[in-house]
Design a protein around this ligand. Structure first.
Ligand code: NAI
Length: 342
């Protein structure tokens, strides 16, 4: 029952009637920042999942209307809206997965790091509430700069004594979605067959698509590798510029985030074959946080796909070394932010 995961076909979503249609599982999902550009289409896609019994939508404003609107869709999840800090705790009670797209997006000319000053505080306060109300939940961080906001979330959870590195995820699924799309277009492949792991981080050169690991196995010229890599790294900026001040990627991001939610729920439901790329606490390199493919299970990350980093092409080896200083600086910036607040 899945529409979103790669290599899987749509089966039962978007039914006109829920007659005879029982949810297969009854997970609860909360979206923090649910009235925003990402939050609204993400909530719609999550509402379509038969794995969910309750969808909690939290925002500081405008969320009641979104909840009322979505609640009329005849799919199983019950939708509840929560507005403002006094309702935040209730929005998180008994939740299995929390998705955080709260914060400001980029405008033309801005890097993801330019968002740091506003979004760092929003992520900190959101994750404090998660720690107090649903410390066992999977936490999906979308708010940028992800390279720094995930280390911030980790420190907040540590200070609260509830940090479980297996359950904290920076959402980098959009990089994989973009890589799959662009590679399929370039090589004339069927989209559903293509899977490209993307490692490193989620900003500029820290985004490293492993084209040598693309499935199905395809040959690229050096020129194609250079072009595709740069396009994947700058795809977010492509959207920011096309929207010309109207924000950053929201629809493709919602799609990608919904896929990551669905993968998490399948893992929680006992599916033993769930793999996704995500930016997580890691020992694959000398950096404390790093995006790579991980195997998801009931308890979060079950294993790291180490083999993705073995036998990289020369281009990828160089790009990996080149991204490390920037990624390290972003991690340290996040850690220093929490330290300063203490
Ligand atoms: P938006 O401005 O349309 O929506 C953000 C929402 O967050 C608004 O509804 C706002 O009221 C809410 N919000 C602000 N402070 C909050 C708080 N303290 N608690 C709860 N909600 C709060 O922005 P958009 O386009 O939805 O982007 C959200 C974030 O996602 C941005 O930081 C953006 O950079 C990031 N992003 C991440 C991507 C990724 O691949 N990880 C891709 C695209 C965007």
């Amino acid at each position: 029952a899945t529409l979103l995961a790669s290599n899987r076909r749509p089966e039962i979503l978007l039914r006109s009637s829920n007659h005879n249609f029982q949810p297969q599982a009854s997970f609860k999902v909360a979206v923090i920042g649910a009235a925003g550009g990402i939050g609204q289409p993400l909530a719609l896609l999550i509402k379509m999942s038969p794995l969910i019994s309750a969808l909690h939508l939290y925002d500081i404003a405008n969320v009641k209307g979104v909840a009322a609107d979505l609640s009329h869709c005849n799919t199983p999840a019950q939708v509840l809206g929560f507005t403002g800090p006094s309702e935040l705790a209730n929005s998180l009670k008994d939740v299995d997965v929390v998705v955080i797209p709260a914060g400001v997006p980029r405008k033309p000319g801005m890097t993801r790091d330019d968002l740091f000053n506003i979004n760092a505080g929003i992520v900190k306060s959101s994750v404090e509430a998660v720690a107090d109300n649903c410390p066992e939940a999977f936490i999906h961080i979308i708010s940028n700069p992800v390279n720094s906001t995930v280390p911030i979330a980790a420190e907040v959870l540590k200070k609260k004594g509830v940090y479980n590195p297996k359950k904290l995820f920076g959402v980098t699924t959009l990089d994989v979605v973009r890589a799959n799309t662009f590679v399929a277009e370039k090589k004339g492949l069927r989209l559903i067959d293509v899977d490209v792991p993307v490692i490193g981080g989620h900003a500029g050169i820290t985004i490293l698509p492993l084209l040598s690991r693309a499935k199905p196995s395809v040959k690229f010229s050096d020129e194609e590798i250079g072009e595709l890599t740069v396009r994947i790294q700058n795809a977010g900026t492509e959207v920011v510029e096309a929207k010309a001040g109207g924000g950053s990627a929201t629809l493709s991001m919602a799609y990608a985030a919904a896929r990551f939610v669905e993968s998490s729920l399948r893992a929680l439901d006992g599916d033993g074959d769930v793999y996704e790329c995500s930016y997580v606490q890691s020992e694959l390199t000398e950096l404390p946080f790093f995006a790579s493919r991980v195997k998801l299970g009931r308890k979060g990350i079950e294993a790291f796909v180490k083999s993705d980093l073995e036998g990289l092409s020369e281009y990828e080896e160089k790009a990996l070394e080149a991204l490390k200083p920037e990624l390290r600086a972003s991690i340290e910036k996040g850690l220093a932010f929490v330290e300063k607040q203490a």
